[in-house]
Write a protein that binds this ligand. Structure first.
Ligand SMILES: Nc1ncnc2c1ncn2[C@@H]1O[C@H](COP(=O)(O)OP(=O)(O)OP(=O)(O)O)[C@@H](O)[C@H]1O
Length: 284
C-alpha cells in the first residue's frame, strides 16, 4: 500500500509557485525530502497536512483522501516541525496532558520510553528547553500515538551529531516492522546517505526527481576533466565549476556520452544539490 500518494499539488503565492508536485511513498520505507532554502518543502508538507489550502491536486494518505478524512487520518499521522514553539511557560507534563486527549491510541508507556531515551525531564518548562530538546519533545509526541506515517520537517536540524545519529537509528527501527513510513525534510544530506530508502528532490517549487536512493544518484553523473574538454559537454550540463585542476560538473546520465579525457563518477546527494543550486543562481 502507498503510505503517501501526492498528485499534482499546486499552490500560488505572489512570489512563489508550487507546480504539479507529485510523488509516492510505499509503506514501510523512509523518504528524504530535499531541496534548497525556499524550494517549497515546508509548503508541500503544510499542504499535505491540510494546514494551508491547495489551489489544486490531491493528497492520499494510507489509501484515504486527506481532504475528505482529515480527522480520522490525523490520528494515524505523527507530524513534527523542527522550529515549532510550544507554550513557553507550561511544563512539558501539562502540555502533554492536553495534547494526548486528542489521540485515541495514545501509548503512555511508549511516551515514557521516549522521554527516557531522549533524556527529557517532564517537569521542565518549554522555555527551559534547548532547540534540540524541543525537537525531541515534538518527536516524542509524534511517536506516542501509534502513528503509521511520520511527517517530519527538518527533525535533525537542531541536534548534535550524537543525538542525530541516535534519531536516525530510531527511524530505521521504526520502519523495520514494515508498517510505519517516514517522510522527512532535511538539508543534512549525510542523514539521508545513512538512512533514507527514497529521495524526493524539489527545486523552485517543482519536483526534479523522486526515486530510490541509489537510482536517484545514478540518474546523474559527476564529470571532471581538463578545461580543454569542457566544450564537449558544456551545453548539456546542469552546472559546472572551473578551478585550477580543470572542470567538474553535473549532467543527467541520459545526456552523457563518454569521451576520452572526461572522468565520470556517481555524485553524492550533496553534490547533486550543490550543482542544481548553482544552475538556479545562474538564471537569477
Ligand atoms: N504564507 C506565505 N505567503 C507568501 N509566500 C510564502 C508563504 N509561505 C511560504 N512562502 C514562500 O514560498 C517559498 C517556499 O517556502 P518554503 O517554506 O516552502 O521553503 P522550504 O523549501 O521549506 O525552505 P527552507 O529550507 O528554507 O525551510 C518561499 O519563497 C516563501 O517565501
Amino acid at each position: 500500500m502507498l503510505a503517501l500518494d501526492i498528485r499534482n499539488l499546486t499552490k500560488h503565492y505572489p512570489q512563489f509557485q508550487l507546480r504539479d508536485v507529485s510523488f509516492q511513498l510505499e509503506q514501510g520505507y523512509i523518504m528524504g525530502f530535499i531541496g534548497a532554502n525556499g524550494a517549497g518543502k515546508t509548503t508541500t508538507i503544510k499542504l499535505m497536512m491540510n494546514m494551508i489550502r491547495a489551489d489544486g491536486g490531491e493528497v492520499r494518505i494510507l489509501g484515504k483522501n486527506m481532504a475528505e478524512r482529515e480527522l480520522e487520518l490525523k490520528q494515524e499521522i505523527g507530524c513534527a516541525f523542527g522550529g515549532i514553539e510550544f507554550y513557553a511557560r507550561s511544563k512539558i507534563k501539562t502540555l502533554t496532558d492536553t495534547i494526548k486527549r486528542f489521540y485515541q491510541h495514545w501509548d503512555e508507556a511508549a511516551y515514557s520510553g521516549y522521554l527516557r531515551r531522549f533524556k527529557l525531564n517532564e517537569n521542565k518548562k518549554v522555555a527551559e528547553l534547548s532547540t534540540g530538546m524541543k525537537v525531541k519533545y515534538s518527536l516524542a509526541l509524534a511517536l506516542s500515538h501509534g502513528a503509521k506515517l511520520l511527517i517530519l520537517d527538518e527533525p535533525t536540524s537542531g541536534l548534535d551529531p550524537v543525538a542525530r545519529d541516535d534519531l536516525l537509528d530510531l527511524f530505521q527501527e521504526l520502519v523495520a516492522g514494515g508498517e510505519i513510513s517516514i517522510l522527512f525534510s532535511t538539508h543534512i544530506t549525510s542523514d539521508l546517505e545513512k538512512c533514507a530508502d527514497f529521495i524526493t528532490f524539489i527545486a523552485d517549487g517543482q519536483i526534479m526527481h523522486s526515486a530510490d536512493k541509489e537510482a536517484f544518484k545514478e540518474t546523474y553523473r559527476l564529470l571532471s576533466g581538463d578545461e580543454s574538454r569542457l566544450n564537449l559537454v558544456k551545453e548539456r550540463m546542469i552546472a559546472y565549476k572551473i578551478n585550477s585542476f580543470g572542470f567538474t560538473g553535473l549532467i543527467r546520465s541520459a545526456d552523457f556520452v563518454p569521451h576520452p579525457g572526461i572522468q565520470a563518477a556517481t555524485p553524492s546527494l550533496e553534490e547533486i544539490m550543490i550543482y542544481f543550486a548553482k544552475k538556479e543562481q545562474a538564471y537569477v
